[in-house]
Design a protein around this ligand. Structure first.
Ligand SMILES: [Fe+2]
Ligand SMILES: [Fe+2]
Length: 332
C-alpha cells in the first residue's frame, strides 16, 4: 500500500545537491531513466535519487507491517472459520510485502535495523490510514475494499517505477493486493445484503473509511513538493490527484451496486469531464494524523516495538544456529 512519500526525518544526512554531482554521469543517468531503462543496485545514481527511494520504499515497507495491526486485531473475532482463514492469509501477505520492500530498500545500502529503528523512534513515517481504529467487523471489509483498493491504484504504476528491485517487488505485491480488495468487497457485499443492523454496520464503516482512503493518495498536486522531481526520475509515474480521481471513479459504482452511499454531498457525475466531481478533503486532519495525532498512533507504535522485543529471542536463536552450522560445515 501506501506509496506516497511523506517528509520525514529518517535520514540523518541531507542528500548531495544535484549541482554537486558529476554532470556527465548525471546526464547519462537521466537519459537512461528517460528511455525507461531500469536502474539496478550497482548502477551509478545521484545521491538524491538514492535517498528519495530509501525514504519512499522504507515508508512503504513500514506501512505494510503497521498495516497488519488493525486487521490482526480481528483474526480471533472473525465471524466464521472461512473468514478467519482468509483474513489470516491476507495479514500474512502484508508481512511478506514488508519483507520484499525492506529487501528492496537494503539494495540501496541501508540496513533493515536502521530502517526499523527509524520507525520505532518516530523519525520515519508510515501511511496515516493505519492510525484509525477498527471498531467493528465491517471495518475489515472497508479496509480490504477501500484501503487495499486505493493501494492497488497507487501501486499499479509503480510496477514500472525506474528502480528495478522496487518495480519487481511491486509486480508480486499487486497480484496479492487484488485478492485483498476482493475479500474486503465480498465482506461488504455480504453485510450490505444482510440484516438491517449488518447493513448499518457496513454503511458506518464506509462513512468512517471513505475520507481517510482519499487522503492515502497524498496531498493535492499543487502542494506536493517532492512530486515533480520524482516524476522526472520516474520513481512516480502519475500524480496524486490523477490516481485519486481514478479511485473515486472506480469505487462509486461499486458502492452503488451494493446499495451503500458514499458520505459526500458534493459527489456527482460530471458528463463533460467523464469523471466524478467530489467534495473537499480535510487536509488539516491529514497533517494532524501525519504528525502522529491519529486516534491510535501511540497504540500502533507500542505494538510494533513490543513485537520486535518479543521476537528478539527468535532472531538470536536463528543467528546462533547459522553460526554453529557454518562452523560445522567448515570442519567437515
Ligand atoms: Fe500490502
Ligand atoms: Fe493488502
Amino acid at each position: 500500500m501506501y506509496t506516497t512519500e511523506l517528509k520525514d526525518k529518517s535520514q540523518k544526512q541531507a542528500a548531495t545537491p544535484l549541482s554537486a554531482e558529476d554532470p556527465e554521469r548525471l546526464a547519462a543517468f537521466e537519459a537512461r531513466v528517460a528511455a525507461d531503462d531500469f536502474i539496478e543496485p550497482k548502477d551509478w545514481m545521484p545521491d538524491a535519487y538514492r535517498k528519495t527511494l530509501v525514504r519512499q520504499i522504507s515508508q512503504h515497507a513500514h506501512s505494510e507491517i503497521v498495516g497488519m495491526l488493525p486487521e490482526g486485531n480481528w483474526i480471533t473475532r472473525a465471524p466464521s472459520l472461512r473468514r478467519k482463514a482468509v483474513l489470516l492469509a491476507k495479514v500474512q501477505d502484508e508481512g511478506g510485502h514488508g519483507l520484499y520492500l525492506y529487501a528492496a530498500a537494503e539494495t540501496l545500502g541501508t540496513s533493515r535495523d536502521e530502517m526499523v529503528e527509524a520507525l520505532h523512534s518516530g523519525r520515519a513515517k508510515y501511511s496515516t490510514i493505519f492510525n484509525y481504529p477498527t471498531l467493528t467487523w465491517a471495518d475489515i471489509g472497508a479496509i480490504g475494499w477501500l484501503v487495499d483498493g486505493a493501494a492497488i491504484m497507487n501501486q499499479v504504476p509503480l510496477q514500472r517505477t525506474s528502480y528495478g528491485p522496487y518495480a519487481r517487488a511491486m509486480v508480486r505485491i499487486c497480484k496479492e493486493e487484488s485478492f485483498h480488495q476482493r475479500q474486503g468487497y465480498e465482506i461488504m457485499t455480504t453485510l450490505a445484503k444482510g440484516s438491517a443492523e449488518q447493513k448499518r454496520m457496513a454503511q458506518d464503516a464506509l462513512d468512517r473509511w471513505w475520507w481517510p482512503s482519499l487522503m492515502m493518495f497524498g496531498p493535492p498536486d499543487d502542494n506536493s513538493p517532492n512530486s515533480a522531481q520524482s516524476m522526472r526520475w520516474r520513481i512516480k509515474r502519475e500524480s496524486n490527484d490523477e490516481i485519486r480521481q481514478r479511485f473515486v471513479d472506480a469505487t462509486v459504482p461499486q458502492a452503488e451496486a451494493i446499495g451503500l452511499s458514499i458520505p459526500d454531498a458534493d459527489l456527482k457525475w460530471n458528463e463533460a469531464r467523464d469523471a466524478y466531481d467530489f467534495g473537499a478533503i480535510d487536509w488539516e486532519e491529514f497533517y494532524a494524523v501525519v504528525r502522529g495525532e491519529g486516534p491510535v498512533a501511540k497504540e500502533r507504535m507500542a505494538a510494533r516495538v513490543s513485537a520486535r522485543e518479543d521476537g528478539r529471542w527468535v532472531r538470536e536463536a536463528a543467528l546462533a544456529h547459522a553460526e554453529k552450522r557454518a562452523v560445522r560445515l567448515a570442519a567437515e
